[in-house]
Design a binder for this molecule. Structure first.
Ligand SMILES: *[C@@H]1O[C@H](CO)[C@@H](O)[C@H](O)[C@H]1NC(C)=O
Ligand SMILES: *[C@@H]1O[C@H](CO)[C@@H](O)[C@H](O)[C@H]1NC(C)=O
Ligand SMILES: *[C@@H]1O[C@H](CO)[C@@H](O)[C@H](O)[C@H]1NC(C)=O
Length: 458
């Protein structure tokens, strides 16, 4: 080898090395957002795209109003809740008295996991503890207010985790930092948050316990909004989680770790519940939403009018993924551990759609353009050189006009789930015109949200 070549090679290697070390993540994370936010997102999360959210707790016993039952009953807007209690329960009945009725009698974790798998979910997030403070696992610091000592007498978090792992579904744990009525939390608030009795004796021990016991792939934090992250000690916990925990390489967390953290810090952003951005964000995000539009927990008085339709759900999933997000769809099981058929039906509809169109969703990336909206609603995703155009409305004349894809001599258009390629032409003023298949409705693999795969486009 000539010395000149060697010199150039060495120089190149040096430059490469310098670029790499500049981008390499720090070996140890420090408990501040600048350091924590620099952590690269573990790849599984962006690939997963679709997850199921499960809200299950003592609120599933009154199963009325929403999972905020206790708060409404004791706080603002209490009148209808007081009336509900007067009409249905004996005088003096307390929220704690609901505990023993949370039985989970028919809870079959393997059946749940089969359902979630059939829904196409790549991850599941379970409420381990909501704002009511009841823990769905035998927490040693939630004395007599946990699913082992009371109600089911089972470790719900552990049982579901085992069933999910058998099916290769990632496991996320929802955890509320605050507990509405915990005496130590109320005391800290009374002390102007200058004390952290609640954090050091409840919140933090439980978070560490959850991680060490169940080795979650995801922590979905909530209940952060009343206090700054310094009160919650969140950055200390996250530094441990990223540096030293048993899940340090795969775990991902959301953004609810203290006042003003949401939409600013964390591996992915939820921002507000049901948040949907208008254009492609520059940070990984997740839309969480619920099949029952009025509640996350199960309500016995749920009516069809509040149930999201298959079209609404699948359209939202498509739009979310096109905009770079993950879609986390919630169901609320009953106190017996039953997932009612309407929720099963919606989940299975998503699974059926994904069984044909999953190629355009899982492990896809946002494309150069997110949507073409010229009389039809079209959302794009991409995978390598392939572009997917997902059509939410069928154009009246059966010809789809796409403005954004640039055709080449090798351009080919197919519809996922159908044999053969589709005719297309390029019109100077209109862009790409695709003749959609003229078939009877029953010949299509799915009734809506058809995916066109475009190969050989730019
Ligand atoms: C906060 O985290 C630090 C570092 O782990 C620890 O020393 C401190 O005791 C924690 N405080 C509370 C209230 O948990
Ligand atoms: C959060 O933002 C609000 C509004 O900008 C501000 O008043 C408040 O002090 C902030 N809280 C923290 C903990 O930074
Ligand atoms: C929308 O469609 C009309 C008529 O089909 C066409 O003239 C126009 O260029 C299209 N616009 C875009 C952005 O594709």
């Amino acid at each position: 080898m000539q010395s000149q070549v060697v010199g150039v090679t060495v120089l190149l290697l040096l430059i490469l090395g310098a670029t790499q070390s500049k981008h390499r993540a720090p070996r140890r994370y420090t408990p501040d957002w600048e350091s924590l936010d620099a952590r690269p997102l573990p790849g599984w999360y962006d690939d997963a795209k679709f997850g199921v959210f499960v809200h299950w707790g003592v609120y599933s016993v009154p199963a009325w109003g929403s999972e905020w039952f206790w708060w409404h009953w004791k706080g603002e807007g209490r009148a209808p809740y007081e009336l509900f209690m007067r009409n249905n329960y004996p005088p003096g009945f307390t929220y704690a008295d609901f505990g023993p009725q949370f039985t989970a009698t028919f809870f079959q974790p393997d059946d749940w996991a089969d359902l979630f798998r059939a829904a196409g979910a790549r991850y599941v997030v379970l409420t381990t503890k909501h704002h009511e403070g009841f823990t769905n696992w035998p927490s040693p610091v939630s004395w007599n207010w946990n699913s082992q000592d009371l109600g089911p007498h089972r470790d719900l978090v552990g049982e579901l985790g085992t069933a999910l792992r058998k099916r290769n579904i990632r496991y996320g744990l929802y955890h509320s930092l605050l507990e509405w009525f915990h005496p130590l939390y109320l005391l800290d608030k009374k002390n102007g948050l200058k004390t952290q009795y609640f954090v050091s004796s409840k919140t933090m021990p439980e978070l560490y316990d959850l991680v060490n016991r169940y080795k979650p792939d995801l922590i979905w934090s909530d209940g952060e909004w009343e206090c700054p992250d310094t009160y919650w000690n969140s950055t200390d916990f996250l530094a441990w989680l990223y540096n030293d925990s048993p899940v340090k390489d795969q775990v991902v967390v959301n953004d609810r770790w203290g006042q003003n953290c949401s939409c600013h810090h964390g591996d992915f952003y939820n921002c507000q519940d049901k948040y949907m951005p208008g254009s492609l964000p520059d940070h990984k995000w997740e839309m969480c939403t619920s099949i029952d539009k009025s509640s996350w927990g199960y309500r016995r008085n749920m009516a069809m009018a509040s149930i999201a339709s298959e079209q609404e759900i699948i359209s939202e999933l498509v739009r979310t993924v096109s905009l770079g997000g993950n879609y986390l769809l919630n169901i609320g099981p009953t106190k017996d551990g039953v997932i009612v058929p309407i929720f099963q039906e919606r989940l299975l509809a998503v699974g059926k759609w994904l069984s044909i169109n999953g190629e355009a969703i899982y492990a896809s990336k946002p494309w150069r353009v997110q949507s073409d909206n010229n009389g039809t609603s079209v959302w794009y995703t991409s995978k390598g050189p392939d572009v997917y155009a997902i059509l939410l409305q069928w154009p009246e004349n059966g010809v789809l006009n796409l403005a954004s894809p640039k055709t080449t001599s090798t351009t080919e258009v197919t519809m996922l789930g159908l044999e053969g390629s589709l005719k297309w032409s390029k019109e100077p003023l209109q862009g790409l015109l695709i003749s959609l298949p003229q078939l009877p409705p029953s010949a299509f693999p799915i009734p809506f949200a058809w995916t066109l795969k475009l190969t050989g486009v730019e």
